[in-house]
Design a protein. Sequence first.
Length: 246
Amino acid sequence: MLSFKSGPENEAMSLVMYERIGSDGRRPSPFSWRIRYALAHKDIPVEFRTVRFADVETIRELSGQEKVPVITDSEKVVYDSWNIAVHLEEAFPNQPSLFGGVAGRAHARLVNHWSDTTLGPAIRRLISSAFILCLAPEDRDYFRRSREAAFGCTLEEYCAERPRWLAQVLAVIAPLEITLREQPYIGGMSATYADYIVFSALQYARLGCPEDFIEQGTAVRGWRDRLTDAFNGLGNLYPLHPQAAA
C-alpha cells in the first residue's frame, strides 16, 4: 500500500483509490495512471488499495460497475477517470488546478475523447499480446477470455501485422510530436490534466510492451521522459515489462 504523505495539513486522509494490480506490483491500468498523476499534481493525500485484475466483483460491489479507477471520498464513490478528475478539481479548489480554468477543462475533455477513441485503441492493437505477461499468472486466463471475446480473435491474431499497427500509432501521435516541438507540454509551459491523459496511454505502452517504440530524440520521447520523472519519479515506481531488456 502506497500513500502520498504530502498535502494540505487540514485535509483528513479520507480519499481512497482502488486500482488493479499486475505481477510484481505492476499497475497495468492507463486510466489509473491518469488519476495517480492528477493526485500528485494537486498534492492530495490518498490511500491506494489494490484488487486483482480478474476481481471484478470487488469493484462492482463498491461502485456498481467493474472498471478502475474508483475513488471514495468520505461517503462519496466516484468512478471513471474523467469524473474523478473533475471531482478532485471541484472538491479541492485550493490545490493546483488540473485544467487551468473553464477553457482548459473543455480542451482536456477533447483530449480525453481523442485518447479513448483513437490513441488508446491504436496502442492496444500493438501491445495486447505482450501486455498479458504484465498480469499475475492467475489473472491471465480472465484477460485472454475477456479480450478475445471483445476482439473476436486471439490476442496473437489481434496483434499480428505489427509493422502496420506501429505505423498507425506513429501516425496517430504525429500531431502530438509537432505540438511538443513548439511547446514543452500539451498544456503549454506546464503540464495539465490533458498531459496526464495522453501520458497515461504512453505509460501503458511503456510498461506493457517489451520494446519502447517512442524513439530517443523525438519531442514526444522528451516530454514522456519528463513526465515519467515528475513528482519524484512517479512514472518509474513499478517494473517495466518482464521481457524488457535490462
